[in-house]
Design a protein around this ligand. Sequence first.
Ligand code: A3P
Length: 379
Amino acid sequence: MALPRARFIFVFVVTVVLLYMILVYYDQPVSNIQYGVQVEQGEDGVVCRDCNKYCYTSPYGKKMVPLDGDKLRQIGCEQRLPQALIIGVKKSGTTALKHFVSFHPQIASPVDEVHFFDNRYFMGMDWYISQMPYALKNQTVLEKTPRYFVWADAPDRVRKDLASDVRMIVVLRDPIGRAVSDFVHIQFKRHLQEVADNGGKPVKQVVLPLTPELKKKREKQKISDERNNKAIGSSMYEVTESFEDSVIDADGNVKGENSLIDTGIYVKYLRRWYEKFPRDQILVMDGIDLIKNPCKAMKSVEDFLGLQPHFTEKHFYFDPVKHFYCLALPVKACMSASKGRTHPEVSQEVTDKLRNFYKPFDRELEELTGQRFSWVERD
Ligand code: A3P
């Protein structure tokens, strides 16, 4: 009788000790979280040096839980208007740029495109701020919405609502490659919509908290946006089954008014931004630099945004499967499958027509910026 009892006590004690050890272990300050970034022990548990990417507490053992708003504010984090924007251009490498730069410790960036200065302006400034990540005082809040570049009212709105020293980054790419990429992207989105319409996976949609008053404002803004965008020729997409038919009309001329093509007339849009902002507040990047030498490209961004030097060659590696550079540190991360898609082949005849169409605009662009771009042919 005594033996089973002693065995029971032994098992009980061992179990309690084990449970205690597990609890103590899980309650330790977490020194390395998923991105491998050092966090510190604060009065209130585990506190991180960065409000968003790495700010986690550990009330339930190793399961990381983002700090809530009150806790974030207590440690000096706040939501505020962006000090920098990536304003475009769609399909030129804007996501790769944002992906890389958001790993800089002094950058805080919303996960998704906010689209405030284009079609969600009616939502108001408080809503815009609420979409921003929590950031420390010494961090730069950076928002990316590529459509700002071509949106008629965006330069005025940014000028009016953000600090006068706001910095903007524009990534440009060979306009022909950009147009093909845009075409593939639109076809893909159509395909997803068709699948959804036939009972497949629903398309992800952002649901805005719309009151009746906001709905009215939205309708009003839609009318003026449509009118103003039409006046400058942006946001008029015409996409058929083939790229060639989408960009060349029945008479063999380039459909310059189609947004697939018009978006690539960079000089037209850049001029509108230059009218509202000093040139040194707008960094114009050649997308090929991001593809060929992301470290150098990120150094130019650090410099432009006044950030401490952070990126080194070690932060990037060329991924042989993705065929692009990916992030190596603090976590290995490539762009999603939606970036780096296969492009349809474009005939030489159409390529030549497009090249000739863009030539005068590209020359003007080089004159305007005083920069040379990789795709512009030299005579
Ligand atoms: P494709 O998908 O047509 O190749 P955006 O993010 O502005 O929509 O741009 C998408 C483009 O970014 C891609 O177009 C690709 O060419 C380019 N890009 C630049 N750097 C990249 C990277 N490291 N990984 C994936 N795509 C990258």
